[in-house]
Design a protein around this ligand. Structure first.
Ligand code: M6R
Length: 619
């Protein structure tokens, strides 16, 4: 999971390097343990690379400027093979004369055997990466053909695994060649200049016209041409589209962090995800769902596959979908799904949930589901990404680009899209299910305004977070749809504030976790509304009393007007009243704000937490 940028322009100047550095800054969320660039000039390939964040590379280039050029590639890395050192940073040079440079995202699975073969031929390696194998293979192939596209074609035929590769050669200035297999690569179509990137953020400051490449394709760009072939050498073409967001949307817009900005964008993320999905009379129309109503009405089981925050969105969806449709629904962590021999057939609907659309675990789960004959629908935030392309149908969330590693607005948009799918299935069933679906849609349309109300009330949450900056452990409890919210609250705190945090189903407390409660232990409790069926509200109030009696400091997220919690709460955070199944869209917001503020109070980088990357494109 690395960020990749390529550029070719009309004249040798500093534009190429500026474009690539700007692209790397926008892609740094994909990986940020080292970065590097290579440019072509009359003397050959000039390269700079540095471990650490992009600023290290920028400082290095400022101290040792690169020459004017028409042709540049750049890379921001999240280490897989070989630690985050200068030597392992990309680009890597190929051939004894080092006239070819390559950058890579993904993993070349057969690199060991390839490397052994190259060493036997006398090739020496300067890094521990799998990528350097590709550099040497490309250089050898170039020697034979004298053409970079042909060299790429010959090289990819030898590689197994998932990869995006970009390469340049000193003998072919004005040309960048890219290849993709199970890893993202998009083309930016400019005027007299063309671009390549891991996603459109890489070149959004320069063009909003893009082309999506298919699997197993090679693209060759020059300043005024873009040509595509398949890995079998036959001519191909990509799908051209116009990007509907601009560079400003990918920048912080005055917020201290992308995470803070993205939390504030949540009313829009939910509203935009709902937009255009109902007729005037309220009937749901999921136009982009390219699966027949007949196939959907024969579904007897639903399995949701996802990872991390997206899996918690899936857990929320399970409660809602089963309630509205009466179709059994399971949620699987995508990386567990295909190894547990799942019971899936042609009547199973497998729903993948992914912000990036590139999470390798989720992609492999989708592929496995298709092999087993399941119908697959992707819920995804990223147009042109791999998972929707590998699925039978897609429902896009319209959260806009999510840059912070910690997912926030995508989570709310994912839950919203899952609701839409569940309500659509309920509508197809007709009868009382359809009547209920229409009523829920009306409630759902009110949620963006209610999320805004929660956001407007966050001052006290921020104070609590600052006060708790030295806390070493926080617990989160919830029931029903509040349970995945508790898990998500704990995940947010772990990943950005590095605080030990656990989420529990409140009913599970007395089966073990209550032993963790000691005087002063902070516990967030996500309380279902008093009208939640099965007396769940009363049950969680009892749970709050149980932990309070043992000295816990209780921070309770409860609906407006819920007075029953007050005697047992050290703090009450209020959210507007909403239908029980829709409450996660509100109750998770204070937990996100809490984690963000606490991480800031600890002086941490909330957008790029340690050891993580935005898009996990390795298994
Ligand atoms: O792009 P995806 O939605 O597939 O990503 C899934 C997880 O990696 C992601 O949600 C991760 O857990 C986030 N860092 C959580 O904030």
């Amino acid at each position: 999971m690395c960020g990749i940028v390529g550029y070719v322009g009309p004249s040798a100047d500093t534009v190429a390097l500026d474009v690539v550095m700007e692209g790397l800054a926008r892609l740094e969320y994909r990986g940020y343990d080292s970065a590097g660039v290579a440019v072509i000039d009359a003397d050959g390939v000039q390269m700079r690379k540095r471990s650490g964040k992009l600023v290290n590379l920028r400082d290095d280039i400022a101290a040792h400027p690169l020459p004017p050029t028409t042709t540049a590639i750049g890379h921001t890395r999240w280490a897989t093979h070989g630690g985050p050192t200068d030597a392992n940073a990309h680009p890597h040079l190929g051939g004894a004369e080092q006239r070819l440079a390559v950058i890579h995202n993904g993993i070349i699975e057969n690199f060991h055997s390839l490397k052994t073969g190259l060493i036997a031929q006398g090739v020496s390696f300067t890094s521990e990466t799998d990528t350097e194998v590709a550099a040497h293979l490309l250089a050898q192939a170039y020697t034979q053909s004298g053409d970079l596209t042909a060299a790429m074609l010959a090289t990819v035929a030898q590689l197994d695994g998932a990869f995006t590769l970009l390469t340049v050669h000193a003998d072919q200035p004005g040309v960048v060649v890219g290849a993709r297999r199970n890893s993202p690569l998009v083309v930016g179509l400019g005027q007299g200049a063309n671009y390549l990137g891991s996603d459109v953020a890489a070149f959004i400051g320069h063009t909003r016209d893009a082309m999506e490449l298919g699997q197993d394709q090679i693209v060759t760009i020059t300043p005024d041409s873009v040509s595509v072939i398949g890995f079998d050498g036959t001519p191909a073409d990509g799908r051209r589209y116009h990007v509907d967001w601009d560079a400003a949307a990918a920048e912080k817009g005055g917020y201290p962090s992308f995470m803070a900005k993205e939390i504030d964008e949540q009313p829009h993320a939910v509203a935009d995800t709902l937009l255009g999905r109902t007729k005037e009379e309220g009937e749901l129309v999921l136009d982009e769902l390219r699966v027949s109503e007949e196939a959907l009405s024969q579904v007897t089981k639903i399995v949701i596959v996802a990872c991390g925050t997206a899996a918690y969105a899936g857990m929320v969806a399970k409660y809602a979908i089963e309630h509205w449709t009466r179709i059994p629904c399971e949620v699987d962590l995508a990386h567990e799904f295909r190894y547990r021999d799942p019971v899936v057939d042609g009547h199973t609907l497998v729903v993948s949930v992914s912000q990036s659309g590139e999470t390798m675990d989720t992609l492999m789960a989708v592929k496995h589901a298709r092999e087993l004959g399941a119908l697959t629908i992707s819920i995804c935030n990223t147009h042109g990404s791999t998972i929707p392309r590998e699925s039978d149908a897609v429902i896009y969330t319209h959260a806009g680009p999510e840059i912070a590693v910690a997912s926030t607005k995508a989570f709310l948009a994912q839950i919203t899209a899952c609701y839409l799918l569940g309500l659509y299935l309920a509508q197809l069933r007709g009868g009382s299910s359809a009547v209920e679906a229409a009523a829920v849609m009306r409630d759902l349309r009110e949620m963006p305004a209610k999320i805004q109300t929660v956001l407007d009330r966050m001052d006290r949450v921020r104070e609590i977070a600052r006060f708790m900056a030295d806390t070493r452990s926080v617990l989160f409890l919830g029931r029903h749809v509040g349970y995945p919210v508790a898990l998500e609250g704990a995940l947010k705190l772990k990943e950005i504030a590095y605080i030990h945090a656990e989420g529990f189903a409140a009913g599970e407390l007395k089966h073990g976790p209550i032993a963790l409660i000691e005087p002063g232990q902070p516990v967030f409790v996500v309380v279902p509304g008093p009208d939640t069926p099965h007396d769940l509200h009363a049950k969680i109030v009892s749970n709050i009393q149980e932990i309070r009696a043992r000295g816990a400091r209780t921070i309770v997220v409860a609906q407006d007007g819920d007075e029953a919690v007050v005697p047992f709460a050290d703090e009450v955070i209020r959210v507007p009243v909403s239908a029980p199944l829709l409450q996660p869209l509100l109750t998770v917001v204070p937990l996100q704000v809490f984690a963000c503020e606490l991480a800031v109070a600890k002086g941490l980088d909330v957008d790029q937490p340690r050891n993580l990357a935005k898009s996990v494109t390795v298994e």
